[in-house]
Write a protein that binds this ligand. Structure first.
Ligand code: NAD
Ligand code: ZN
Length: 382
C-alpha cells in the first residue's frame, strides 16, 4: 500500500525596485525606503563593491562611509567594504563567492542582516549567489552599476557563476530584498559597456513590446551618442519590461522549459563561452538577437521590412551583429547546450512580428546557417 501526503507550500515574494540618482547622498532616502519593511534598525550591513566601479569612481568609498555614518540608526556597517575584481572573471570560479562568504562570516551577518552589492551583472551574480547560500540566505540589496545590470541582470531573481565552461552552470533563484537603480552610477561606465546594455532593451522590446521598439527607433540618434536622458528612459523601460515578465509571465523560477526573455541567448551564451568572456554579454546578445531575427524571417514568421528594421536599429545604436567567433560556432551543439540548461524539450523563442514571440521546438540548421551567412555578408558589405 502506498499513501501520499501532498504537501503544498505557497510563497509570495515582494521586492521594491527604486530609481534614483546619487544614492549615497545622505539626504537621499532611497536606501532607507528600500529597507523600510525590515522595521527599525540598526541593521547589520556589509558591502561588496565592483572593482571596475571603484577604480572609475574613487570617491565612492568615502561617500558610502559618510552615508552609513549619517544613517547609523538604520545601518550598522560591520566590516570595511570588500572590493572584488569585476567583469566575467568574477563568475569564472569560486574566488569571489568565497571572498563574499568570508565577508558575511567575519561581519557576522545573520539572515536578517543586509549584504549590499554595488556592481555589474557579473559581480551581482556571484555575490548574490554567496548571499543566497550563506546561512541559506541573507538579505541582498542590489545596486546595479552597469546599464545591463540596471535594465536586466540586477532586477531579476537569478544568481550564479560559470562552471565546466558553461555560463551560469551553478546558481540559484533567490529574489533580492530590494534593488536601487542609481542612474548617476553609470556616469563612469565605459562607452562600450553602456552601448552593450542597449542590446537587452532591443531584445525585450522585440519579444514583448512593439511600442517600446518604436520608441527605441525614435531614440536611436540620441542613444547612439549615449545621451544620458535617452539612456535613462531606455534602461528604465527595459527594467520594467523584465520586472513585468517575471511578475506576470507565470514562471518566475523557470520551472518549465520555456525562457521567453532568453531570445537570442543560445547563440549569445555560446559566443561568450567561445570568446572566454571577451565579448560582453550585451554584445553577444546583439549578435544572437540579430541571428534569430534573420532566422525568424527565413522561416516565414516575420517580413523582410521588420528584419531590416531590427538590423538597422542595431547598426544605428553602434552594436555589431557579427563576431568572428560566430563563423566557427557549432550551432547544433550550442542549441543543445541551451536546451540542456533550460531542461527538457527544446523551447526556442522566435519572432512572430515585432513585439510578439512564438515558441518553437526545432531548428532548421540549414536555414540557421543561411541566417549566419546573411549577417556575415551584411557586415562584409558595410
Ligand atoms: N542574473 C541574471 O538574471 C542576468 C541577466 C542578464 C545578464 N546576467 C549576467 O550579467 C553579466 C554581464 O553583466 P554586465 O553587462 O553588467 O557586465 P559586467 O558585470 O561584466 O561589468 C562590465 C565591466 O564594467 C565594470 N563596471 C561595473 N560598473 C561600473 C561603473 N559604474 N563604472 C565603470 N566600470 C564599471 C566592471 O568592473 C566590468 O569590468 C553576465 O555574466 C551575464 O551572464 C545575469
Ligand atoms: Zn541577457
Amino acid at each position: 500500500m502506498t499513501s501520499i501526503i501532498t504537501q503544498r507550500i505557497a510563497l509570495d515574494f515582494e521586492f521594491p525596485v527604486l530609481f534614483t540618482r546619487d544614492v549615497f547622498d545622505p539626504a537621499n532616502p532611497a536606501l532607507l525606503e528600500a529597507v523600510e519593511r525590515a522595521g527599525p534598525g540598526p541593521h547589520r550591513l556589509a558591502a561588496v563593491v565592483d572593482g571596475g566601479l571603484a577604480a572609475a569612481d574613487p570617491g565612492l568609498g568615502a561617500r558610502f562611509a559618510a552615508y552609513c555614518a549619517a544613517h547609523a540608526d538604520t545601518f550598522l556597517l560591520t566590516a570595511p567594504p570588500l572590493v572584488v575584481a569585476g567583469g566575467e572573471g568574477a563568475k569564472a570560479d569560486f574566488a569571489v563567492v568565497e571572498a563574499v562568504w568570508k565577508l558575511i562570516f567575519e561581519a557576522r551577518l545573520c539572515r536578517q542582516s543586509f549584504l549590499l552589492v554595488v556592481g555589474g551583472g557579473a559581480v551581482l551574480d556571484a555575490a548574490g549567489f554567496a548571499a543566497a547560500t550563506a546561512h541559506r540566505g541573507v538579505r541582498l540589496l542590489r545596486l546595479p552599476s552597469t546599464a545591463l545590470a540596471q535594465n536586466d541582470a540586477g532586477v531579476g531573481v537569478k544568481n550564479g557563476v560559470n562552471a565546466f565552461g558553461r555560463k551560469n552552470y551553478l546558481g540559484c533563484f533567490a529574489p533580492p530584498y530590494a534593488v536601487v537603480n542609481d542612474h548617476a552610477l553609470l556616469a563612469a561606465l565605459p562607452e562600450r559597456e553602456t552601448r552593450a546594455g542597449l542590446a537587452e532593451a532591443v531584445k525585450v522590446a522585440l519579444v514583448r513590446d512593439a511600442a517600446f521598439f518604436a520608441r527605441l527607433r525614435e531614440l536611436a540618434p540620441r542613444l547612439a551618442v549615449l545621451e544620458s536622458d535617452a539612456l535613462e528612459e531606455a534602461n528604465r523601460r527595459c527594467a520594467l519590461a523584465h520586472l513585468e515578465h517575471i511578475a506576470t509571465g507565470g514562471d518566475p523560477f523557470e520551472l518549465g522549459s520555456a525562457r521567453p526573455l532568453d531570445f537570442g541567448h543560445w547563440a549569445a551564451h555560446a559566443l561568450e563561452e567561445a570568446t572566454g568572456g571577451e565579448l560582453r554579454h550585451g554584445e553577444a546578445v546583439a549578435v544572437g538577437v540579430a541571428l534569430d531575427t534573420v532566422y525568424s524571417g527565413l522561416v516565414g514568421r516575420i517580413g523582410e521590412t521588420e528584419v531590416g528594421q531590427v538590423l538597422a536599429l542595431f547598426s544605428d545604436l553602434g552594436l555589431a551583429v557579427w563576431h568572428p567567433a560566430l563563423a566557427g560556432l557549432d550551432m547544433e551543439a550550442a542549441v543543445d547546450a541551451f536546451r540542456e540548461h533550460l531542461g527538457g524539450r527544446l523551447h526556442l523563442s522566435l519572432l512572430d512580428g515585432i513585439g510578439r514571440r512564438v515558441e518553437v521546438h526545432e531548428v532548421d540548421f540549414a536555414r540557421m546557417a543561411a541566417a549566419r551567412e546573411r549577417l556575415a555578408a551584411r557586415t562584409a558589405a558595410a
